[in-house]
Write a protein of this length. Structure first.
Length: 391
């Protein structure tokens, strides 16, 4: 089957509005859409409707997620039941309400430091000066790693992220960055094995001291978990911070409402991200020949669950294209859905709220100071976001 026979082109660098229109077309006429990856090499099935995605995530036997895409499995993302539930039981306490309350002063402190400098300068590029450093540094401090490593970790994570145009040179950069992140992950694990810390406060020690299937946690699995966190633990959060700051800069009436009632900041941030999903889609693998939505799928084929489309499905969200603080009903899919929903979502939300509140504490308003630019990648986010603040 040729690329020309695809139902759509998912690889164009489109704005949210362009993508939303395309998703709406597919939801209405081709909700299980054949697409190709960013380099036109591998076909996949794109799931566009909210309820179809729910059906897929509830059936891990037919639509699996336990395939290693980078050599070693990055668990719990690349795992299926019953193994997956064991890993999540190990990780969930690290993100419990109690654990998050204990982490909040640290998160707020890092956010305050960077927002304060940004405001004193009268503004600047909020991506470079707030959205990139804050989540990455909070993550490294949570992992018990040197805070100053953040720029290198961020650079590796950026380079390892699939881009929309892949040259031979880009392919080498991706490979080298991936290897660097794996090396850093192995070094962390080996350090904690030699110098274990309190597992109640050190996630890496907690992971290494965990069990799986009644025995010790295999070192390879522990390293895969650390490797997952080294990208997923800050990448989409940096994008989310930028998306929320941009939305509030371009919607002064909503910014004013949140300044008046800070209790709405989290709910508003989630609604902003529903409309502008940073993680556009996540993969699954068809585990057995099956028919879904009138399409015949073969074992081994890839599937992509388009959270960004599901989050604007009018069958689920009334007035789906609008920002509404009074929204209720079925949950959004900003942080995924089902057993593979993001374990670190509580930390991401804490970081977003901290940045917004610190901005509100130090300003009477802020607005765009120039034209933002989008990141050239399959996910959604800003590369630059120039803001002007009023102290």
């Amino acid at each position: 089957m040729s690329v020309e026979q695809a139902d759509w082109d998912p690889n164009l660098n489109k704005t949210v509005e362009d993508r939303a229109a395309e998703y709406a077309r597919l939801r209405g006429g081709c909700p299980v859409a054949l697409g190709y990856d960013a380099w036109g090499a591998d076909r996949f099935w794109g799931m566009m409707r909210y309820q179809d995605i729910v059906s897929v995530v509830r059936n891990p036997k037919a639509f699996a997620n336990g395939t290693a895409r980078l050599g070693i499995r990055r668990m719990p993302l690349e795992s299926d039941p019953p193994e997956h539930s064991q890993i999540r039981r190990l990780l969930n306490p690290l993100f419990s309400p109690k654990a998050m309350a204990e982490r909040e002063p640290l998160t707020r402190g890092v956010a305050a430091e960077y927002v304060d400098a940004f405001v004193k300068a009268g503004g600047g590029d909020a991506i470079a000066e707030i959205a990139r450093p804050v989540p990455t540094q909070v993550l490294l401090m949570w992992l018990g790693q040197p805070r100053e490593d953040w720029e290198q970790i961020k650079a590796w994570a950026d380079a390892a992220r699939p881009q929309q145009v892949l040259s031979e040179e880009q392919g080498k950069r991706i490979h080298d960055a991936e290897q660097a992140l794996w090396d850093y992950s192995w070094a962390m694990a080996r350090d904690r094995q030699a110098n274990p810390r309190d597992p109640a406060v050190d996630p890496v020690t907690a992971i290494l001291s965990g069990t799986l299937d009644g025995g010790p946690m295999p070192e390879e699995h522990a390293v895969g978990m650390v490797r997952l966190v080294l990208a997923a633990g800050h990448d989409s959060t940096s994008q989310s911070v930028g998306i929320v700051l941009h939305f509030l800069a371009t919607h002064p009436e909503i910014q004013a409402q949140l300044r008046t009632d800070r209790s709405l900041v989290l709910k508003a941030s989630e609604e902003i991200l529903r409309l502008n999903s940073p993680v556009v889609a996540m993969p699954r693998t068809v585990a057995e020949d099956t028919e879904f939505g009138g399409r015949q799928m073969c074992s081994g084929e890839r599937m992509m669950l388009f959270w960004a489309s599901a989050n604007r499905d009018p069958e689920v969200f009334e007035d789906a294209e609008a920002f509404r603080l009074d929204r209720s009903g079925k949950p959004h899919m900003v942080f995924g859905n089902g057993i593979h929903s993001c374990a670190g979502a509580p930390l991401a939300k804490q970081e977003i709220v901290a940045v917004v509140n610190e901005m509100f504490d130090r300003t009477t308003g802020y607005e765009l100071a120039g034209e933002p630019t989008l990141q050239p990648m399959q996910q959604y986010g800003f590369a630059t976001l120039p803001l002007r603040v009023t102290r």
